[in-house]
Design a protein around this ligand. Structure first.
Ligand code: ZN
Length: 671
């Protein structure tokens, strides 16, 4: 719930004047394009200056980060690994590597690699194959035999070609059984009511525990041979053991070069991977969140619950990173003022935290992305997710500078701003302050927004159910938006002028109400939590400020634009909505939360939608981006001692995924 995505991938980050030099620059950062995807590379500045121990630590943690890739594939859909392996076999062996069918097949496989499965990473819809079933059956006959067959050919063809079968990875539509309607592999043979009863009973038994565990986070819920509902736990000796053993192997190597604090943290994580006990996971998180001194840091485990319609199960992910000293100065100022921000938040004082603890915010350079952070990644992370740990021990908040830098570079010269931003003043502000305002928005969202506020007595935090992630993202965004426009930001030296905030406001509203719709297929509603949150905020502010004309729709030359007429008033509206969203969270007011989301965040105006898609398509800007990872190589002397770690920058998306599929694939096709 605490992750911020590249929301401005084609927003402010994309806003720079068009020119030939910039177009060339764009090309050097983009390594592949297909469908709605652009694959970028990222650099790891500062790696060469790290100590040998730090480099070695990054190497081992990076290996651990790559070893869990198959877990995520299997979590996303139970046949994903079998499908990927079959397609890779055909792709590698195929003698005819041209023609429409093969090209369409290659594109389909690239989409699978990008999404870690057969469903779109963002919309959750199953991909449509653009090659014919007849052609595919010929390939199966030619290249798949009893030795390399991963699954039944008939079922495979049905899954790929029948659009109604496993249509969505994550379906949270009103009135459906969200568990049965979702193709994700977190549950099997159980209904939504059964899942709710199962975890409801666990929560009831644990009621009043000041350190409640995160039920169900690391297991699949299914039926045993007798038909009883049981959890199959992801641990050494349990489900996914083949991959988890490899992760543990590399973590143990990492412990040998880690500092004493980090060794303790890594040991705690290994203990949890071995036991599968969620109390061990909490113990690890408590140690991890307290370590703000180590230069190299990492995330490795079952972390975020976006993929589960009921929010219990967490997908596997990994990030390896180290501190970006210079940029850290920014978040240190924020952390130093955390209590002031909390005390002055425009919310009911009863829901403010009396004492803000352990706000640790830093800017990092990513060295390796894995699992659910790869190829598509967040630009900021705030962990751990357990509310009681956040309250008692604080949270760690990071923004990822080398990733946003890469987005920014790749977006220069794409013409987006000229197309969608009507007013010259807004364009000027965005050119001047776009990157700074995005960075600060991310910092505020991660560092202070998610960590702010508290629940009322007796509220567990689970009351908002399927609406909780959307509302939580809205809460963090509103906190960020509200404070970005506060004079305090100028006073403490984070921004030179409030123009930085106005740049963000114009961009945020435009994106939330309009341009982000290019990511949605015609006829669909908004499903993804971060998109819902942005739409909720923009639409709500539009409606509440309508009489005063705070936000205005303008049509010029047959094109629609959205403009802000009163930035100060818009800021007040952000504050009012923050107050209400905080109240909903603090009181666990499900009905009010549902009403807000359903009224403002979900439905799409088809006419506007079609226009945005057409204008965006004319620009040829892919709405989604992801990355290829760097490679690391150990340099050893004659005795086998490690003397250095070399970093290499591969630029071939296909080769990287074929290599990962060969070198880091430890799970059986069916788990
Ligand atoms: Zn967030």
């Amino acid at each position: 719930m605490k992750k911020i995505f590249g929301m401005f991938v084609f927003g402010a980050l994309a806003l720079t004047a068009c020119g030939e030099a910039e177009k060339q620059q764009e090309a050097s950062w983009v390594v592949d394009r297909f469908d709605d995807i652009k694959v970028l590379r990222y650099e790891v500045p500062g790696f060469e200056e790290l100590t040998l121990e730090e480099k070695e630590l990054i190497y081992y943690l990076s290996e651990a980060a790559k070893c869990g890739r198959d877990i995520l594939w299997d979590q996303n859909f139970k046949y994903n690994l079998a499908i990927r392996r079959t397609l890779e076999t055909i792709y590698t062996a195929s003698e005819v590597r041209e023609g429409d069918e093969f090209v369409a097949f290659e594109k389909y496989l690239k989409k699978l690699w990008f999404a870690n499965g057969i469903h779109h990473h963002y919309s959750n819809d199953k991909f449509k194959a653009e090659f014919s079933e007849a052609w595919f059956r010929e390939q199966l006959a030619q290249y798949i035999n009893d030795e390399n067959r991963q699954m039944d050919d008939e079922l495979l063809c049905q899954i790929i070609f029948d659009p109604t079968l496993y249509a969505s990875r994550l379906n949270r539509s009103e009135g459906v059984d969200v568990i049965k309607a979702s193709a994700g592999n977190y549950y099997e043979g159980v209904s939504q009511a059964e899942v709710e009863a199962f975890y409801g009973a666990m929560a009831a038994a644990d009621a009043g525990n000041p350190e409640p565990i995160s039920y169900g986070l690391n297991s699949k819920l299914m039926r045993d041979a007798e038909g009883n509902i049981v959890e199959k736990v992801w641990k050494v000796g349990g489900m996914y053991t083949e991959a988890i053993e490899q992760i543990v192997f590399w973590l143990e190597k990492a412990a040998t070069v880690a500092n004493p604090t980090q060794k303790e943290i890594i040991d705690a994580l290994v203990k949890y991977y071995r036991s599968g006990d969620l109390k061990d996971f909490d113990a690890y998180n408590v140690l991890w969140v307290k370590d703000s001194a180590s230069n190299v840091d990492f995330v490795n485990g079952f972390i975020e619950n976006y993929g589960d319609p009921l929010g219990h199960k967490s997908s596997w992910e990994a990030v390896v990173n180290f501190r970006d000293e210079e940029a850290c100065h920014r978040t240190e100022i924020m952390a130093a003022n955390a209590q002031w921000f909390e005390d002055n938040a425009p919310i009911n004082p009863a829901y403010r935290k009396e004492e803000v603890k352990g706000v640790s915010a830093k800017v990092i350079t990513v060295a390796m992305l894995g699992g659910d952070c790869f190829p598509s990644t967040a630009i900021g992370i705030n962990l751990p997710n357990a509310d009681w740990i956040r309250k008692e021990h604080g949270s760690k908040s990071v923004t990822i500078d080398n990733i946003t830098y890469s987005y920014d570079k790749a977006a220069q010269g794409n013409g987006f701003m000229e197309e969608f931003v009507l007013r010259e003043a807004d364009r000027e502000r965005l050119k001047k302050y776009g990157k700074l305002s995005d960075d600060l928005h991310t910092d505020l969202h991660e560092c202070l927004g998610h960590g702010s506020g508290q629940l009322a007595e007796g509220v567990s935090g689970n009351e908002l159910r399927t609406y909780s992630s959307t509302l939580e993202e809205a809460r963090a965004d509103l906190f960020a938006l509200y404070y970005l426009g506060d004079q305090k930001m100028v006073e403490i030296g984070l921004i030179p002028t409030l123009d930085v905030a106005w740049a963000q406001y114009a961009d945020y509203i435009m994106n939330g109400i309009m341009t982000q719709l290019s990511r949605i297929e015609p006829g669909k509603t908004v499903e993804e939590d971060h998109m819902r949150n942005r739409k909720l905020i923009a639409e709500w502010c539009y409606e509440k400020g309508k009489e005063e004309n705070v936000i205005e729709w303008v049509t010029e030359n047959g094109k629609k634009y959205v403009v802000i007429n009163d930035f100060e008033r818009l800021r007040e509206l952000f504050g009012e909505l923050l107050c209400e969203v905080q109240r909903i969270k603090s009181e666990g007011d499900y009905e009010a939360g549902k009403a807000l989301v359903e009224a403002y965040a979900v439905q799409v105006d088809p006419e506007l939608h079609a226009e945005v898609i057409a204008r965006n398509e004319a620009l040829k800007i892919e709405p989604y981006s992801g990355f290829v990872n760097p490679d690391y190589e150990l340099v050893t002397d004659a005795e086998g001692n490690v003397t250095d770690v070399k970093i290499l920058y591969p630029t071939n998306f296909v080769e990287q995924h074929l290599e990962y599929g060969k070198e880091y694939s430890f799970l059986p096709s069916m788990n």
